[in-house]
Design a protein around this ligand. Sequence first.
Ligand SMILES: CC(C)(COP(=O)(O)OP(=O)(O)OC[C@H]1O[C@@H](n2cnc3c(N)ncnc32)[C@H](O)[C@@H]1OP(=O)(O)O)[C@@H](O)C(=O)NCCC(=O)NCCS
Length: 190
Amino acid sequence: MGLSYFRRFRMEIDFETVDLPEPTLAEGFRFLNWHPSLQGRHAFVKFESFRSEIDSRVFRCLGEYSGCQRLMGEIAGQRSFIPQSTWLINYCPEGESEPGVDCGTIQGLAQGRVLGSIQNVGIVPDFRGLGLGRAIVLQSLIGFRKSGMRRVYLEVTADNSPAVQLYRSLGFRLMRTMYKAAEVEVAQVC
Ligand SMILES: CC(C)(COP(=O)(O)OP(=O)(O)OC[C@H]1O[C@@H](n2cnc3c(N)ncnc32)[C@H](O)[C@@H]1OP(=O)(O)O)[C@@H](O)C(=O)NCCC(=O)NCCS
């Protein structure tokens, strides 16, 4: 194992300076608002979304199902947890049996009276590029605003271009660059 440093951006959106359109979902997709009975489903979507991505190298827990279960428990157990900004996207086309397939997750916390933070946004690989990432972030932002937040921030690995592009296109602005140290496996050269 060796130590690597990952460049991370803190990005922030201010509700006073952006319009938040209502998100739309294609037929068969629906938002499920937070309920404690959905905790395991959030953990599973988180794991499926992050297991092969750069963030599972930055945060090892994201690359393990048990790590995602633990993380979801920690997030949902915080006093600052915001149910209104925590959503699943489920796909269940008409005629198919419930519960369908869960394909997106997002969670929100309050970091002060008017400042919220998005925890993890994940869309499972088979459902990417369909506008679901944009839709779930918007749905969460609307929940933050309803719960009294004026600004929301998140942290994203700088090399994660899809995510950085998504946040920029929604109106998030770069506030700070940070470096996160993480233990990574080093390739053995024989
Ligand atoms: C980042 C992520 C949530 C995007 O989800 P998605 O459903 O594929 O995104 P959308 O289809 O809603 O795309 C919305 C915007 O994101 C950006 N985007 C999405 N995929 C992109 C890609 N492969 N390359 C560049 N930009 C991309 C674009 O700006 C896009 O807008 P456009 O379609 O008008 O060009 C998804 O790739 C993911 O879950 N990644 C793994 C987990 C992760 O890294 N989460 C972020 C942690 S901070």
